[in-house]
Write a protein that binds this ligand. Structure first.
Ligand SMILES: Nc1ncnc2c1ncn2[C@@H]1O[C@H](COP(=O)(O)OP(=O)(O)OP(=O)(O)O)[C@@H](O)[C@H]1O
Ligand SMILES: [Mg+2]
Length: 233
Protein backbone atom coordinates (compact mmCIF):
# COMPACT_ATOMS: atom_id res chain seq x y z
CA UNK A 1 0.00 0.00 0.00
CA UNK A 2 1.44 3.36 -0.99
CA UNK A 3 0.34 6.25 1.14
CA UNK A 4 0.54 9.74 -0.22
CA UNK A 5 2.81 11.13 -2.81
CA UNK A 6 2.77 14.22 -0.69
CA UNK A 7 5.54 15.15 1.67
CA UNK A 8 5.51 13.90 5.21
CA UNK A 9 4.05 16.23 7.80
CA UNK A 10 6.60 18.60 9.27
CA UNK A 11 8.48 17.67 12.41
CA UNK A 12 7.78 20.76 14.50
CA UNK A 13 5.88 20.81 17.78
CA UNK A 14 2.19 20.28 17.34
CA UNK A 15 0.42 22.19 20.04
CA UNK A 16 -2.63 20.25 21.11
CA UNK A 17 -1.12 16.87 20.26
CA UNK A 18 -0.16 16.21 23.83
CA UNK A 19 0.01 12.43 23.55
CA UNK A 20 2.68 12.78 20.86
CA UNK A 21 4.62 15.65 22.40
CA UNK A 22 4.42 14.50 26.03
CA UNK A 23 3.71 10.78 26.05
CA UNK A 24 4.43 10.35 29.75
CA UNK A 25 2.31 13.28 30.92
CA UNK A 26 -0.84 12.97 33.02
CA UNK A 27 -2.95 13.98 30.03
CA UNK A 28 -1.46 11.21 27.88
CA UNK A 29 -2.21 8.76 30.66
CA UNK A 30 -5.79 10.04 30.72
CA UNK A 31 -6.09 9.44 27.00
CA UNK A 32 -4.88 5.87 27.49
CA UNK A 33 -7.58 5.45 30.15
CA UNK A 34 -10.20 6.75 27.70
CA UNK A 35 -8.89 4.26 25.13
CA UNK A 36 -9.20 1.41 27.62
CA UNK A 37 -12.72 2.48 28.58
CA UNK A 38 -13.79 2.60 24.95
CA UNK A 39 -12.30 -0.84 24.39
CA UNK A 40 -14.15 -2.19 27.45
CA UNK A 41 -17.43 -0.66 26.36
CA UNK A 42 -17.18 -2.41 23.00
CA UNK A 43 -16.01 -5.91 23.95
CA UNK A 44 -18.68 -7.69 21.94
CA UNK A 45 -18.99 -5.22 19.12
CA UNK A 46 -16.66 -4.30 16.33
CA UNK A 47 -15.64 -0.69 16.73
CA UNK A 48 -14.08 0.49 13.51
CA UNK A 49 -15.66 3.89 12.94
CA UNK A 50 -16.06 6.56 15.62
CA UNK A 51 -17.61 10.01 15.39
CA UNK A 52 -16.41 12.72 17.80
CA UNK A 53 -18.87 15.52 18.41
CA UNK A 54 -20.37 17.79 21.08
CA UNK A 55 -23.42 19.97 21.64
CA UNK A 56 -21.85 23.34 20.92
CA UNK A 57 -18.70 24.83 19.39
CA UNK A 58 -15.18 25.00 20.87
CA UNK A 59 -15.64 22.05 23.24
CA UNK A 60 -12.35 20.35 22.44
CA UNK A 61 -13.72 17.91 19.83
CA UNK A 62 -10.82 18.27 17.43
CA UNK A 63 -8.23 18.16 20.22
CA UNK A 64 -9.74 14.99 21.63
CA UNK A 65 -10.25 13.36 18.22
CA UNK A 66 -6.58 13.93 17.28
CA UNK A 67 -5.16 12.80 20.61
CA UNK A 68 -7.38 9.74 20.74
CA UNK A 69 -6.45 8.81 17.19
CA UNK A 70 -2.77 9.04 18.17
CA UNK A 71 -3.41 7.01 21.33
CA UNK A 72 -5.10 4.19 19.42
CA UNK A 73 -2.49 4.12 16.66
CA UNK A 74 0.34 1.62 16.87
CA UNK A 75 2.49 -0.63 14.72
CA UNK A 76 -0.31 -3.17 14.70
CA UNK A 77 -3.23 -0.75 14.52
CA UNK A 78 -3.63 1.62 11.59
CA UNK A 79 -5.76 4.61 12.51
CA UNK A 80 -7.14 7.25 10.15
CA UNK A 81 -8.20 10.64 11.54
CA UNK A 82 -10.70 12.20 9.13
CA UNK A 83 -11.54 15.88 9.21
CA UNK A 84 -15.27 15.62 8.59
CA UNK A 85 -15.82 19.10 9.99
CA UNK A 86 -16.34 20.55 6.55
CA UNK A 87 -17.27 23.90 8.06
CA UNK A 88 -14.39 24.66 10.45
CA UNK A 89 -11.69 22.12 9.59
CA UNK A 90 -8.61 22.04 11.82
CA UNK A 91 -6.86 18.68 11.29
CA UNK A 92 -4.47 20.24 8.73
CA UNK A 93 -3.55 22.89 11.30
CA UNK A 94 -2.95 20.38 14.08
CA UNK A 95 -0.70 18.27 11.84
CA UNK A 96 0.71 21.23 9.90
CA UNK A 97 -0.06 19.90 6.45
CA UNK A 98 -1.63 21.41 3.35
CA UNK A 99 -5.35 21.18 2.89
CA UNK A 100 -5.59 21.64 -0.86
CA UNK A 101 -7.14 18.21 -1.25
CA UNK A 102 -8.96 15.97 1.15
CA UNK A 103 -12.34 14.48 1.93
CA UNK A 104 -14.29 16.91 -0.25
CA UNK A 105 -12.00 16.15 -3.20
CA UNK A 106 -12.90 12.47 -2.84
CA UNK A 107 -16.59 13.33 -2.51
CA UNK A 108 -16.70 15.43 -5.64
CA UNK A 109 -13.99 14.09 -7.95
CA UNK A 110 -14.41 10.53 -9.18
CA UNK A 111 -10.79 10.45 -10.35
CA UNK A 112 -9.42 11.19 -6.90
CA UNK A 113 -8.07 8.24 -4.92
CA UNK A 114 -8.15 7.83 -1.16
CA UNK A 115 -4.55 6.64 -0.84
CA UNK A 116 -3.30 9.74 -2.65
CA UNK A 117 -5.16 12.07 -0.28
CA UNK A 118 -3.89 10.59 2.96
CA UNK A 119 -1.01 11.96 5.00
CA UNK A 120 1.25 9.69 6.97
CA UNK A 121 2.13 11.30 10.32
CA UNK A 122 5.18 10.90 12.53
CA UNK A 123 3.20 8.74 14.90
CA UNK A 124 3.43 5.09 13.97
CA UNK A 125 0.12 3.83 12.59
CA UNK A 126 -1.48 7.29 12.48
CA UNK A 127 -2.71 8.75 9.21
CA UNK A 128 -4.86 11.78 8.46
CA UNK A 129 -7.29 12.87 5.81
CA UNK A 130 -7.85 16.63 5.82
CA UNK A 131 -11.17 18.22 4.85
CA UNK A 132 -10.24 19.60 1.44
CA UNK A 133 -11.97 22.73 0.15
CA UNK A 134 -14.97 23.87 2.19
CA UNK A 135 -18.12 22.97 0.24
CA UNK A 136 -21.46 24.81 0.27
CA UNK A 137 -23.40 21.64 1.18
CA UNK A 138 -21.50 19.59 3.80
CA UNK A 139 -24.50 17.67 5.20
CA UNK A 140 -25.62 16.63 1.74
CA UNK A 141 -22.12 15.44 0.83
CA UNK A 142 -21.76 13.46 4.05
CA UNK A 143 -25.16 11.83 3.47
CA UNK A 144 -24.26 10.83 -0.09
CA UNK A 145 -23.79 7.32 -1.46
CA UNK A 146 -20.25 8.35 -2.40
CA UNK A 147 -19.46 9.00 1.30
CA UNK A 148 -20.57 5.45 2.09
CA UNK A 149 -18.25 4.13 -0.65
CA UNK A 150 -15.35 6.19 0.70
CA UNK A 151 -16.00 4.84 4.18
CA UNK A 152 -15.85 1.29 2.82
CA UNK A 153 -12.54 2.09 1.12
CA UNK A 154 -11.22 3.47 4.42
CA UNK A 155 -12.31 0.31 6.22
CA UNK A 156 -10.33 -1.78 3.77
CA UNK A 157 -7.15 0.15 4.59
CA UNK A 158 -7.49 1.00 8.30
CA UNK A 159 -8.36 -0.69 11.57
CA UNK A 160 -9.97 2.37 13.10
CA UNK A 161 -11.38 5.55 11.58
CA UNK A 162 -12.09 8.61 13.72
CA UNK A 163 -14.27 11.37 12.29
CA UNK A 164 -13.85 14.89 13.67
CA UNK A 165 -17.26 16.56 13.29
CA UNK A 166 -19.02 19.91 13.80
CA UNK A 167 -21.25 20.31 16.88
CA UNK A 168 -24.64 18.59 16.91
CA UNK A 169 -26.82 21.58 17.71
CA UNK A 170 -25.52 23.81 14.92
CA UNK A 171 -25.90 21.56 11.87
CA UNK A 172 -26.99 18.01 10.97
CA UNK A 173 -23.53 16.81 9.82
CA UNK A 174 -22.69 14.93 13.03
CA UNK A 175 -26.11 13.24 13.09
CA UNK A 176 -25.63 12.18 9.48
CA UNK A 177 -22.22 10.63 10.20
CA UNK A 178 -23.43 9.14 13.48
CA UNK A 179 -25.81 6.94 11.50
CA UNK A 180 -22.87 5.65 9.47
CA UNK A 181 -20.51 5.09 12.41
CA UNK A 182 -20.19 2.23 14.90
CA UNK A 183 -19.98 4.63 17.82
CA UNK A 184 -20.17 8.26 18.89
CA UNK A 185 -18.00 9.98 21.48
CA UNK A 186 -19.60 13.00 22.99
CA UNK A 187 -17.36 15.79 24.30
CA UNK A 188 -18.60 17.91 27.18
CA UNK A 189 -16.59 21.00 28.13
CA UNK A 190 -16.68 20.88 31.90
CA UNK A 191 -17.92 24.07 33.47
CA UNK A 192 -19.02 25.80 30.29
CA UNK A 193 -21.49 23.20 29.01
CA UNK A 194 -25.16 24.01 29.30
CA UNK A 195 -27.04 20.97 30.62
CA UNK A 196 -30.14 21.58 28.48
CA UNK A 197 -28.01 21.83 25.37
CA UNK A 198 -26.15 18.63 26.22
CA UNK A 199 -29.47 16.81 26.73
CA UNK A 200 -30.87 18.25 23.50
CA UNK A 201 -27.81 17.09 21.57
CA UNK A 202 -28.02 13.65 23.15
CA UNK A 203 -31.70 13.44 22.11
CA UNK A 204 -30.81 14.39 18.54
CA UNK A 205 -28.19 11.64 18.42
CA UNK A 206 -30.57 9.09 19.91
CA UNK A 207 -33.23 10.10 17.39
CA UNK A 208 -30.99 8.81 14.61
CA UNK A 209 -30.15 5.68 16.63
CA UNK A 210 -26.56 6.71 17.20
CA UNK A 211 -24.54 4.40 19.40
CA UNK A 212 -23.29 6.90 21.97
CA UNK A 213 -20.33 5.19 23.62
CA UNK A 214 -19.94 7.78 26.34
CA UNK A 215 -18.84 11.28 27.10
CA UNK A 216 -15.42 12.81 27.50
CA UNK A 217 -15.37 15.66 29.96
CA UNK A 218 -12.95 18.30 28.84
CA UNK A 219 -11.89 21.27 30.81
CA UNK A 220 -11.17 24.14 28.52
CA UNK A 221 -9.86 26.62 31.00
CA UNK A 222 -7.71 29.39 29.64
CA UNK A 223 -6.35 30.29 33.10
CA UNK A 224 -5.03 26.79 33.67
CA UNK A 225 -2.63 24.96 31.40
CA UNK A 226 -3.55 21.53 32.63
CA UNK A 227 -6.03 19.36 30.86
CA UNK A 228 -8.46 17.05 32.52
CA UNK A 229 -10.21 14.23 30.80
CA UNK A 230 -12.61 11.71 32.05
CA UNK A 231 -14.65 9.14 30.29
CA UNK A 232 -17.91 7.71 31.50
CA UNK A 233 -21.25 6.35 30.42
N1 LIG B 1 -8.52 20.57 27.94
C1 LIG B 1 -8.11 21.69 27.36
N2 LIG B 1 -7.35 22.56 28.02
C2 LIG B 1 -6.91 23.70 27.45
N3 LIG B 1 -7.21 24.06 26.16
C3 LIG B 1 -7.97 23.23 25.45
C4 LIG B 1 -8.46 22.00 25.99
N4 LIG B 1 -9.20 21.38 25.02
C5 LIG B 1 -9.18 22.19 23.95
N5 LIG B 1 -8.46 23.30 24.19
C6 LIG B 1 -8.24 24.44 23.27
O1 LIG B 1 -9.50 25.05 23.03
C7 LIG B 1 -9.65 25.42 21.66
C8 LIG B 1 -10.85 24.70 21.03
O2 LIG B 1 -10.55 23.31 20.98
P1 LIG B 1 -10.93 22.42 19.73
O3 LIG B 1 -10.57 23.08 18.46
O4 LIG B 1 -10.41 21.06 19.99
O5 LIG B 1 -12.52 22.45 19.92
P2 LIG B 1 -13.66 22.01 18.89
O6 LIG B 1 -14.80 21.52 19.72
O7 LIG B 1 -13.11 21.12 17.86
O8 LIG B 1 -14.06 23.42 18.26
P3 LIG B 1 -14.98 23.66 16.95
O9 LIG B 1 -16.40 23.58 17.44
O10 LIG B 1 -14.59 25.02 16.50
O11 LIG B 1 -14.66 22.57 15.97
C9 LIG B 1 -8.33 25.06 20.99
O12 LIG B 1 -7.53 26.22 20.97
C10 LIG B 1 -7.72 24.01 21.90
O13 LIG B 1 -6.32 24.00 21.83
MG1 LIG C 1 -13.14 21.22 15.78
Amino acid sequence: MIFSKKKKADTGERPGLVVVNKPSSVVSEQFRTIRTNIQFSMVDEDLKTVVVTSAGPASGKSTIAANLAATFASKEKKVLLVDADLRKPTVHKTFKVRNTDGLTTLLTDRNAHLDEMIYRTHTEGLYTLTSGAIPPNPAELLASKRMEEIKQEMLALFDLIIFDMPPVLAVTDAQVMATKADGVLFVIPQGSANKDEVMKAKDLLEKVQANVLGAVLNRVDKSDDSYYYYYGE
